[in-house]
Design a protein around this ligand. Structure first.
Ligand code: IVH
Length: 670
C-alpha cells in the first residue's frame, strides 16, 4: 500500500516540476534531483504493472508505437482564419465588427504560431485524446506522441473542469530545429525545410520515443468549455487565463504575447511591436491573430463555413535583412549546373543567422546590378534558402565595379556554356570536373537513393581527397585496410561505412536508377521507368518513342535517358555496379499494391496536408494511381492541400481537372 502512495506522490511531484520547468521556465530543483525522483518512480512502477497510467510522468519518454493514426471526429469544427496583409484591412475588419455588433468591443491580440494545430481533450482531468486538425471535421489521434511534449499537462488540478478541450499549436523552436538539422547534416541526410514541416512530420512518426527527443513545444490559446458561465469565463481572455492556472502553457507566459486592446489603436500598437520584436523570438510565427474577446459578441458575428467572422490573421511581410555582400562565389552541382552564391556579413533574419544567399543566375545579377561590396537586401520567405532581392545603391562603395559573371568552372577551369533557352550556365566537363564527380557520388549515397549510412558530403570529400573514390562504382571496391589509413576513421566507423555500402546492394532498382543521376530523372520518373521497363536491359534498349509512351516522360527526358546510356563511361559504370551485385531489375511489381481502385487515374499532389505529402503520394501509388509533376490535360485529379499556389487551381479549373481535398481523396480509397 505504501508503495502505491509513494507512486502517486512521485507522479504528483514530478508533474509539478515539469510544469515549473517547461511551462513557467522556473525550475525549483536540479536536473539531477529530478532524474533521481524519476528513476525512483520508474523502478516502483516496474514492480507494480497493475498501477500503470499512460499519463504518468514516466511515460514522457515515449516508446509507444502507433501503426496507424485513428481518425476521430472533432467535438466542433476546427476552423481556419481569414487573412489580411495590411493595416487598412485590419481597420476595415474592425469597422465592420463595430457596425454589426452593438456596444464596445475588446480585441485580443496574440501571435500566430507557425506550427501544427492540436486539440487536447481531457476527461476526469486526465489527457485522454490529442487530435490533429485533419480536414477540420475529422482529425487524427496522435495522443501517444503528444504525451511526450513536456509542456503539455497530462493531468489537471482539481480546480480544472471535469471535462475540457483546449486547442493550440505545437511548434518546434528554432534551437531544436537547428540541432536536428545539424545532426542530419552530419549524417549526410536531407535537411528539414523549416520548423513547421518538421513539427508536422514529427507528430506523425510511428515511434513516440523519437518524438520525445525532438524538443517540441506547445502553446494553448483556445479553451472550449461546456458551460463557460460556471467558470466565470465571459471571454477568450478569461479562458486563456484559466488555462494558465490549470497548468497549460499559454501566450501569457511570454512578455506582450497576449494583450486585450480596447480599440483599434491598441491593435495597431501590438502589430507595430511584433513587426520588430518577432525577429528575436525563439520560434517562428507567421503573423498575429486578432479576435473579438467576448463570447456573446462572437455569437452574434458568427462564422462562415471556413472561418469565424470574429477573428482575423494579420500576416507580416516576408522578412528582410540588410547586410554587406562580401563576395560572389559559384557552386557546381552534380549535373554541372552553376549557382551563384552570395557570401554575406552574418545577419539575423527571422530567428536564424544568414551568411549565404542565392543569387539565382547571371541574368538576375545583371538585372539587379549586384556587385561585391554592395549593401544588399536579403529575404527569407517560406523556403529555407534566403535570396538577395535588391541593392541599396546609395551605399555603393565609390570604387565598385560591375560583377563579371564567371566564364570558366571555378573547379576544373572548363569554359562554361549556356544553352539559348536556359537561364543557367553549365560546366560541360561531366566526366572530369571534380565537383560534379563528387556531387554525383553524394547524390548516389543520399537517403532517397542508395541511403548509404555514414556517407554524407564530408565522407565523400574525405574518400575523394584520399584518392579512394572517383566514381560511384569505386564505393563497392573499398577495402577496410585502405579506410583505416584515413583520419578519424577507426574500425567502428569503417565497419559502419562498409556495412552501409553492403546494405545498399538490396536497394530496389527504382532507387538505383534515381541514384545514377541521369539528368531530369527524378524520383518519380525513375520509379515509373523502373516499373514500366522492369529491368536495366529493357530500359537500355528502349528507344525515345518507347520512352515517350510514359506520360511522365516528355522529349527532354527521353533524349536525356537515351543519351545517358549512349555514353561509354556510363555504360561502364553500370556494368561495374551490376557486377557488384546491385539491383538492376524490379523485384516484384505487384508487391506494394494495396488495391487497384485508382488504376489509370493520374494525380497531381500539391500543398500542405495533415500528413507529409509523400505519404499521400504513396497512397496514390499503392492503389494503382499514377503521379504527375504538373497539372495538364492528362491529369485526372488535383489533390489540393493548404497553401497550394492559386495558379495550379486555376489551371485545373480551366482544364476541367477535378480538384480533391484530402478528405475527398481518402473517401475514394477502400
Ligand atoms: S485561432 C477559429 N489563434 O492558424 C480560430 N489560431 O490559419 C481558430 N494559429 O488552424 C484558430 N496561432 O493552427 C488561432 N493564436 C492563434 C493561432 C492560430 C496559430 C493557427 C491555427 C489555425 C490556423 C488558421
Amino acid at each position: 500500500m505504501q508503495e502505491e502512495q509513494r507512486i502517486e506522490e512521485l507522479r504528483r511531484t514530478l508533474h509539478s516540476h515539469n510544469h515549473q520547468y517547461y511551462v513557467l521556465a522556473e525550475p525549483t530543483i536540479s536536473d539531477r534531483a529530478f532524474d533521481a525522483l524519476l528513476s525512483e518512480l520508474v523502478l516502483l512502477e516496474s514492480a507494480r504493472p497493475d498501477l500503470f497510467d499512460p499519463n504518468s510522468p514516466s511515460q514522457r519518454v515515449g516508446g509507444g508505437f502507433t501503426d496507424q493514426f485513428e481518425k476521430v471526429a472533432h467535438s466542433s469544427p476546427m476552423l481556419s482564419l481569414a487573412n489580411s496583409y495590411s493595416r487598412e484591412e485590419v481597420q476595415e475588419w474592425a469597422d465592420r465588427i463595430h457596425r454589426e455588433s452593438a456596444g464596445e468591443t475588446s480585441f485580443t491580440c496574440e501571435l500566430k504560431y507557425d506550427g501544427v494545430a492540436i486539440a487536447l481533450q481531457y476527461e476526469g482531468r486526465q489527457l485522454v485524446r490529442a487530435l490533429t486538425r485533419g480536414d477540420g471535421t475529422v482529425g487524427e489521434d496522435i495522443t501517444k506522441n503528444v504525451r511526450t511534449i513536456r509542456s503539455i499537462p497530462l493531468t489537471l488540478p482539481s480546480s480544472a473542469p471535469e471535462k475540457l478541450e483546449v486547442r493550440g499549436e505545437i511548434i518546434l523552436p528554432f534551437a531544436a530545429f537547428e540541432a536536428l538539422n545539424a545532426k542530419k547534416q552530419e549524417k549526410g541526410e536531407k535537411l528539414f525545410a523549416n520548423p513547421r514541416n518538421t513539427a508536422a512530420g514529427t507528430l506523425k512518426l510511428q515511434d513516440s520515443g523519437v518524438v520525445a527527443q525532438r524538443g517540441l513545444d506547445c502553446f494553448l490559446y483556445d479553451v472550449q468549455l461546456e458551460a463557460p458561465e460556471q467558470w466565470e469565463v465571459q471571454g477568450h481572455s478569461d479562458g486563456v487565463k484559466s488555462a494558465a492556472e490549470w497548468g497549460f502553457k499559454t501566450p501569457l507566459t511570454l512578455s506582450r504575447a497576449f494583450e486585450v486592446a480596447q480599440s483599434v489603436d491598441g491593435v495597431m500598437a501590438f502589430l507595430a511591436h511584433w513587426d520588430v520584436a518577432r525577429n528575436a523570438l525563439p520560434f517562428a510565427i507567421d503573423g498575429v491573430v486578432l479576435k473579438v474577446d467576448r463570447h456573446a459578441q462572437r455569437k452574434t458575428l458568427g462564422s462562415t463555413a471556413k472561418a469565424p467572422r470574429w477573428a482575423l490573421a494579420f500576416k507580416f511581410e516576408t522578412e528582410q535583412g540588410l547586410t554587406r555582400l562580401q563576395r560572389i562565389a559559384y557552386q557546381i552541382g552534380r549535373t554541372g549546373a552553376v549557382t551563384p552564391v552570395a557570401h554575406l556579413d552574418p545577419v539575423p533574419i527571422a530567428g536564424t543567422t544568414v551568411q549565404k544567399a542565392s543569387l539565382h543566375n547571371a541574368d538576375q545579377i545583371a538585372m539587379l546590378d549586384i556587385r561585391e561590396g554592395d549593401m544588399v537586401r536579403v529575404e527569407k520567405g517560406g523556403e529555407i534558402i534566403p535570396k538577395v532581392v535588391g541593392v541599396v545603391l546609395e551605399e555603393r562603395p565609390k570604387d565598385s565595379t560591375p560583377h563579371v559573371y564567371a566564364t570558366e568552372c571555378p573547379d576544373c577551369q572548363t569554359p562554361l556554356v549556356r544553352a539559348e533557352d536556359e537561364a543557367r550556365h553549365y560546366c560541360p566537363n561531366a566526366s572530369g570536373c571534380p565537383e560534379q564527380m563528387k556531387g554525383r557520388i553524394e547524390h548516389f549515397a543520399s537517403r532517397r537513393a542508395m541511403n548509404i549510412d555514414g556517407l554524407g558530403s564530408e565522407g565523400v570529400e574525405q574518400l575523394w581527397s584520399a584518392g579512394l573514390i572517383r566514381d560511384v562504382a569505386d564505393l563497392y571496391r573499398l577495402e577496410v585496410s585502405a579506410l583505416l589509413t584515413l583520419d578519424r576513421m577507426g574500425e567502428k566507423r569503417a565497419g559502419k561505412l562498409l556495412a552501409g555500402i553492403e546494405a545498399s546492394k538490396e536497394v530496389p532498382f527504382e532507387r538505383v536508377l534515381f541514384g545514377l543521376g541521369i539528368r531530369h530523372v527524378g524520383e518519380t520518373v525513375a520509379k515509373r521507368l523502373a516499373r514500366h521497363f522492369g529491368s536495366l536491359e529493357a530500359l537500355t534498349e528502349a528507344t525515345q518513342e518507347a520512352l515517350l509512351e510514359l506520360d511522365v516522360v516528355g522529349p527532354v527526358i527521353a533524349e536525356a535517358v537515351v543519351e545517358w546510356w549512349a555514353q561509354a563511361d556510363n555504360a561502364d559504370r553500370v556494368n561495374a555496379l551490376q557486377n557488384s551485385g546491385l539491383q538492376f531489375a524490379v523485384a516484384d511489381v505487384e508487391d506494394a499494391a494495396v488495391s487497384r481502385v485508382l488504376a489509370d487515374k493520374s494525380f497531381v499532389v500539391s500543398g500542405v496536408f495533415s500528413v507529409p505529402r509523400d505519404e499521400l503520394k504513396r497512397l496514390v501509388e499503392q492503389h494503382g494511381g499514377r503521379l504527375l509533376g504538373a497539372v495538364s490535360g492528362k491529369t485526372d485529379y488535383l489533390l489540393a492541400g493548404e497553401k497550394m499556389g492559386p495558379s495550379k487551381r486555376e489551371k485545373a479549373e480551366r482544364l476541367n481537372v477535378e480538384v480533391l481535398s484530402e478528405a475527398d481523396f481518402r473517401a475514394l480509397l477502400p
